[in-house]
Design a protein. Structure first.
Length: 335
């Protein structure tokens, strides 16, 4: 049996406010990512996606705090490492992270090559500037970016070019796991397609071993990832292959998420567009029962009182709900 590139077991993290209140943003999340696999994580704003992305790196600074769980990268548990060791030996080399609005983080007074030099020297201080430039030029051209970009400032690049440049810089050390947090949310459709193509090339050419792609647009993941996990109020509520999750979601929240988005794919484009009623729960005091119960038309008193267990069906699908798969499908067919 091969070792997963990333294995997460029961990870829980929280924010501590200035009033010493705990916000339980990631609650008992587990996942496994194989070499060559891309995993999508979807959910509405505030569900904990970005916090999960930060937590997966094992690099915690207040107000974010680690609570429990294991983060194992290529067989090495990084959840107990000191921040300096994580920054020195894990970030960039083992795990690379592309945050939201990353293209706006480029210093306009620096040339692109300067960013690459900083990244490489942090892990390989003996590498010469000429060697770095040759490596960067080859990588950029392989990914469809001109080597001339290396000599440019960020203000000379369009939005799409900035984002693709950030991706190239972030993956210059060929990390085992790339975590991309909504990398295409601020781009037009044409630029989105170019960014998605670039992620595929990174995987195909072996520049990254595996990838986690985070977005609130579940259908977008169908074109990028192999598997999708849907997150709600800090927990994973359903997971399956990309095709299963887009065309055949089972959990009421996953179904509602799909029905609240205009989808161009054949087979779901004619679905009635509906909004999910209500708002997510307050994660300072999470409900004792199902966290989606207050917004779910199928919820019973029992749903509101006790936490639902994870149920499994099919080859590798699971969901967190008290109702059986047959009951959920029957209810969905009546919609």
């Amino acid at each position: 049996m091969t070792t997963p590139m990333l294995e997460v077991k029961g990870l829980s993290t929280k924010y501590v406010t200035r009033f010493k209140e705990n916000v339980y943003a990631v609650d008992n999340v587990s996942l496994s990512l194989e070499e060559g696999q891309s995993l999508g994580i979807a959910g509405e704003s505030g569900c904990g996606k970005s916090t999960l992305a930060l937590s997966l790196m094992g690099y915690y600074f207040p107000p974010l705090h680690y609570m429990k769980g294991d983060i194992i990268v290529d067989g090495k548990n990084i959840s107990g490492l000191a921040p300096d060791e994580v920054r020195r030996s894990i970030l960039g080399n083992e795990i690379a992270y592309i945050p939201q609005s990353a293209m706006n983080a480029l210093n306009p007074t620096q040339k692109i090559i300067n960013f690459i030099e900083d990244v490489i020297h942090a892990h390989n201080p003996d590498m010469s500037k000429m060697e770095i430039y040759q490596l960067a030029a080859e990588r950029f051209e392989t990914l469809g970016l001109s080597a001339d970009v290396l000599k440019m400032h960020s203000v000379e690049l369009s939005g799409g070019m900035k984002q693709r440049t950030v991706i190239a810089v972030s993956t210059i050390l060929s990390p085992k796991v790339l975590i991309a947090d909504e990398p295409s949310s601020a781009l037009d459709v044409t630029s989105q397609k170019m960014v998605i193509k670039m992620f595929r090339e990174l995987m195909d050419k072996g520049f990254i071993k595996s990838m986690i792609f985070i977005t609130h647009e579940l259908p977008l993941l169908y074109n990028v990832t192999d598997r999708i996990m849907v997150m709600y109020a800090g927990r994973i509520v359903e997971s399956g292959t990309a095709e299963e999750m887009v065309f055949d979601p089972v959990h009421p929240y996953s179904k509602g998420l799909m029905n609240s988005i205009i989808v161009p794919e054949s087979g779901v484009r004619d679905n009635k567009l509906t909004a999910i009623p209500g708002t997510p729960p307050n994660l300072k005091k999470p409900p004792s029962g199902c966290r989606f119960a207050a917004r779910c038309r199928l919820a019973t008193d029992e749903c509101r009182k006790s936490e639902p267990k994870v149920q499994h069906f099919g080859s590798n699908r699971n969901y967190r709900c008290r109702l059986t798969e047959a009951q959920l499908r029957e209810e969905h067919s009546n919609d």
